[in-house]
Structures are given as structure tokens and as C-alpha cells.
Write a new protein. Structure first.
Length: 306
């Protein structure tokens, strides 16, 4: 898969995730956040399970079956996913779809910083102003500039840390195993199982509530988790973690669109400014590196004429 193909796939993922914010908000009317999270991630695991099983058999035939250390890495990804999804889901209860979508983008400026500190990967210079633009855009949208930030907003902001670490390491784990579906299924199982156990002790659980929320749970479980998160594992094998974070932040724009169309969310002037900043950062981080590559190729052709 080329870089361009990986980036296009990441945009499709962002579209699915943006639309899923509406389903996540609707599902909270009937079930608790951890029950919703647990069931949808287990559905996602079931969607990916046949592909994961095929990869497992292939690895076994090649004498490359996952080892204990690999299982720990997948479990760690599942724990990060649980923390990010749980904090986000709790926050959605008391904030708007649009705010939840944009505030989730706060993980974006954390990814290049962590990548530089932990992995010594120095990203293209455009990542830094792009990440800052995302941060400022989220700040404007949340209403923090008017001192109106709510409890739900704070929960979503807290989810940025585990999401950033997850984005940073998922591509490395999948690439090391060369088994993206196995990694995806494993992390879904860990996240879903722990969230479901949590809900059994901390939330009211009823078949009636689950049936009422069946539509949102199925949509987010099949598409948001089973399809989009799995595609993320595949795409991030070929995309830089910082670049991927910027592209995936476009889910905030899609969340705003779906929130406007389906939930009645409306943006003020500051909100529109935040959207523009995030969109500008997406274009910046994608176009400037391509211009550099184009200049290098042009120079190479001049040095080595046919």
C-alpha cells in the first residue's frame, strides 16, 4: 500500500468515526457508557475474527505464531483503547456531538510530541503548526475561550492522552507481527471484555435497554470498530503516526456535519473558526511534504537527464 492509498483509507476511517458520534450519543439514552462500549467492541471483534483466525493459521504454518510478548503488546493496545473509549463515551453523555468530535482532536498535538520523545522520530516541520491549529480549533469550539467548558468536555479532553499513545504504537505492533487483523481482533476483545465486566458491577444492565440501543450499538460495533479500527491498523503500517493523527482528526469535521444534520447542533462564529483551523492543518500536513518530494524529483531529473 502506498502512502497516498493509506492516507485515503484514513480519510474514510475518519468519515465513519465522525458519523459514529451521533450513534454513540443516541445509544446513551438506553444503556450506560461502559455497557455500550463493551458490547460494541465485542461485536467489532466478531466482525474481524474470521480474518484474524486466517492470519493466525498462516503465522503458525510459517512458525511465526505470536509469542507472550506479542500478547502483552496487544493487551496494552486494548487497555489504551478501553481508556480512550470509556472517557470519550462518558463525556458524550453531557456534551454535544460536535464538541465531542472536535475535542477528541486534542490527541493530535500529543502524537508528534510523544513520537519525538519516545521514538526519536522527527516529523516534517508542517506537523507542528498543523497540530497547533488543531489544538486552537478545538479550544475555540469547546467554548473554553468563553469560560463555558463543561464536565462532558473535560471527560473527552482526558481521553486525548490514551488515544494519542494508541495512535503512536498501533502501527508498530501490527507491523512487527505482520498480522493487522489479529492485532485488531485482540485489542477489541481486551477492550470489550473489560468494559463489559466493568458495566456488570457499575451500571444497570437490562435486555430491554440493550434492545432499545441495538441500532446504535450495531452501527458503531460493525462500522466504527469492526471496519474502521481494523482499517486503521492496516493503514498505519504505511503512514507516519503524526501524519495519521492529523488525517484522523478530520473525524471532527464529519462529526460536526452529522451533528448538524441529525442532532440539531449549531456552530457559532468561534466554532466555524475552529473548523477552518482544523481543515487548514489537514491540508498543510498533507500538501507541504508532497511539494518537497516533487522538488527533489525535479532536481534528480535535472541531474540525471534521460
Amino acid at each position: 500500500m502506498s502512502r497516498v492509498q493509506a492516507n485515503l483509507l484514513l480519510i474514510v476511517i475518519a468519515l465513519i468515526w465522525g458519523s459514529a458520534f451521533v450513534a454513540q450519543a443516541q445509544g446513551m439514552a438506553d444503556v450506560g457508557p461502559m455497557l455500550f462500549t463493551g458490547v460494541r467492541f465485542l461485536i467489532g471483534a466478531a466482525v474481524v475474527a474470521p480474518l484474524a483466525w486466517r492470519e493466525w493459521k498462516q503465522l503458525a504454518r510459517e512458525d511465526r505464531a505470536p509469542k507472550v510478548a506479542d500478547a502483552r503488546h496487544i493487551g496494552g493496545l486494548g487497555l489504551l483503547m478501553l481508556m480512550g473509549a470509556a472517557l470519550q463515551q462518558i463525556g458524550i453523555i453531557s456534551t454535544s456531538v460536535t464538541n465531542a468530535g472536535f475535542l477528541t482532536a486534542l490527541y493530535v498535538p500529543l502524537v508528534p510530541v510523544l513520537s519525538w520523545l519516545w521514538l526519536r522520530h522527527l516529523p516534517h516541520w508542517s506537523v507542528w503548526p498543523g497540530a497547533l491549529a488543531c489544538l486552537v480549533g478545538a479550544f475555540l469550539l469547546s467554548g473554553a475561550h468563553e469560560l463555558k467548558i463543561g464536565t462532558g468536555d473535560l471527560w473527552v479532553i482526558a481521553s486525548a492522552v490514551p488515544w494519542a499513545v494508541h495512535v503512536l504504537f498501533i502501527g508498530r505492533v501490527a507491523d512487527r507481527l505482520a498480522a493487522p487483523f489479529l492485532v485488531a481482533c485482540g485489542q477489541f476483545l481486551v477492550c470489550g471484555s473489560l468494559a463489559l465486566i466493568w458495566s456488570l458491577f457499575m451500571e444497570p444492565v437490562s435486555l430491554k435497554g440493550l434492545m432499545a440501543a441495538a441500532g446504535p450499538i450495531a452501527y458503531t460495533g460493525i462500522l466504527s470498530v469492526g471496519v474502521a479500527f481494523t482499517a486503521q491498523v492496516v493503514a498505519q503500517r504505511y503512514a507516519h503516526a503524526a501524519d495519521a493523527a492529523i488525517i484522523l482528526s478530520s473525524e471532527t469535521l464529519f462529526a460536526a456535519v452529522f451533528g448538524y444534520l441529525l442532532m440539531g447542533d449549531r456552530l457559532n462564529t468561534a466554532g466555524f473558526a475552529g473548523c477552518a483551523l482544523i481543515l487548514g492543518s489537514l491540508l498543510l500536513i498533507q500538501l507541504l511534504p508532497l511539494f518537497k518530494i516533487g522538488r527533489l524529483r525535479t532536481a534528480s531529473n535535472l541531474d540525471h537527464p534521460v
